[in-house]
Design a protein around this ligand. Structure first.
Ligand SMILES: Cc1ncc(COP(=O)(O)O)c(C=O)c1O
Length: 429
């Protein structure tokens, strides 16, 4: 960090507080982005393997042009008729499996999940929520109280229960897939029963179908579909939080729930949707959207305004025109193979978890005890020193998490893999 950055950091702390999070021991002062690259104030470039908000690459010209053109024409609240808004809602609805989908627009993933919970409670007449044991779905009062991915001041609510994150790497203990799925499902049955015993009627399961904040664990066949059946049998709705997983990241489909073979009652989106322009959505069957909209008079000043929907429409166009879902599959498979190769050279890698353009490396002290490695934080910082940005996640914060833009190339993957190889080698010394 140079002197100017130090002084900026001090000023930031004075005005935003010391708790406002920043990545890295030496925070990065970024000033520009282009494609998969970002540039700091000294002109040094970094390969961005972490930020999933610039979904089709930083400052993609098609998105910049579409949003700028609309910004220079009209930007207004959402209580007026506008073609962009309706056109985009129709296109978004058409990406789902609903026969006739309806859409609410929001500005963030938090707003999307909060609204989805309101809808689920309205439809079911219940209040109960089931979430995963390492969840983060947003920063509103309800979502923060559910959060278990990191400490929050709010007490965990009486109307919620957690189901254990399925993690075959740690929990298999000689069990077959079917035995393991049935073990997790027994626990889920217990969570639902416990709500009932407390007199709380179930409203919803809120879950990211990729379990991204949970550390991208390998899926146990039958678990997610079984969980959905249990929730429906108890009268609850299923909310798929696609805020991280959506828009083709799995490389197999537009939505992660399609990849995992479940049909949610409600889909929520955010982060990648506008390539950095704030926009999120709640998608459900038209009847649900129409009925809730009439009861609640749902109105969101900025959510899905003409500029936001111009940016989001351009993102869909880039995904399609540049074949980015297929790119996530092919480049993703390449990275997965190469990460698996790295495992043969680096004992610290206990487990490789990949789905399309989503990669996780679980770092362990040794492969027998599987105790979490304490070196993940150091490795993330050393990768940054080598010009590659990634982060870490999971219940023990020991899983390297990589989510590059969907335009990530084989050449860029090689840069990532070479830096990882060197950094893991260094960590072993
Ligand atoms: C899975 C998931 N859902 C929801 C959110 C909340 O999104 P936002 O920060 O846009 O409110 C996040 C943010 O990290 C997330 O990872």
């Amino acid at each position: 960090m140079n002197d100017d950055d130090h002084s900026l950091l001090q000023r930031r702390r004075q005005v935003l507080g010391t708790g406002a999070p920043l990545f890295y021991e030496q925070p990065l002062h970024l000033v520009r982005g282009e494609g998969a690259w970002v540039f700091d104030a000294d002109g040094r470039r970094y390969l961005d393997v972490y930020n999933n908000v610039p979904h089709v690459g930083h400052c993609h010209p098609h998105v910049v042009k579409a949003a700028s053109r609309q910004l220079a024409t009209l930007n207004i609240n959402t209580r007026y008729l506008h073609g962009n808004v309706v056109d985009y809602a129709e296109r978004l609805a058409a990406t789902t499996d609903y026969d006739h989908a309806g859409v609410f627009f929001t500005c963030t993933g938090t707003e999307s999940n909060e609204l989805a919970l309101r809808i689920a409670r309205h439809v079911t007449g219940g209040t109960g929520i089931i979430a995963s044991s390492v969840n983060y779905h947003g920063n509103s009062a309800v979502l923060a109280s559910l959060c278990t991915a990191f400490p929050v001041p709010e007490p965990f609510p009486d109307f919620a229960r957690l189901v254990q994150v399925p993690d075959p790497y740690r929990h298999r203990q000689g069990r077959s897939d079917a035995e393991l799925a049935s073990h997790y499902l027994d626990e889920a049955r217990g969570a639902i029963a416990s709500l009932e015993e407390s007199g709380v009627k179930l409203a919803a399961l809120l879950i990211d179908p990729s379990l991204a904040n949970e550390g991208l664990p390998e899926f146990v066949p039958g678990y997610l579909t079984g969980l959905v059946e249990l929730v429906r049998a108890a009268g609850g709705l299923v909310i798929a939080d696609e805020v991280q997983s959506g828009f083709g990241r799995t490389g197999a489909a537009m939505w992660a729930h399609q990849y995992h073979g479940i049909t949610p009652d409600i889909i929520t989106t955010g982060k990648p949707m506008g390539n950095g322009f704030p926009i999120g959505s709640v998608i459900s069957s038209y009847d649900v959207v129409d009925e809730f909209g009439r009861s609640a008079n749902y109105f969101n000043t900025f959510g899905g305004n003409p500029v936001a929907t111009a940016a989001a429409a351009a993102v869909l166009e880039v995904i399609e025109n540049e074949n980015l879902i297929a790119n996530a599959a092919t480049v993703g498979a390449y990275v997965q193979n190469r990460l698996t190769e790295l495992m043969t050279r680096h004992e610290i890698i206990g487990n490789v978890r990949c789905r399309g353009m989503f990669f996780g490396l679980e770092l362990v002290a040794d492969r027998v005890s599987k105790n979490p490695s304490p070196l993940a934080g150091r490795i993330v910082n050393r990768m940054k020193d080598r010009g590659v940005l990634l982060s870490r996640i999971g219940p023990f914060d020991n899983i390297l998490k990589m989510r590059p833009s969907m335009i990530f190339t084989f050449e860029q993957a090689d840069i990532l893999l070479a830096a990882l190889d060197e950094t893991l080698e260094e960590a072993a010394r």
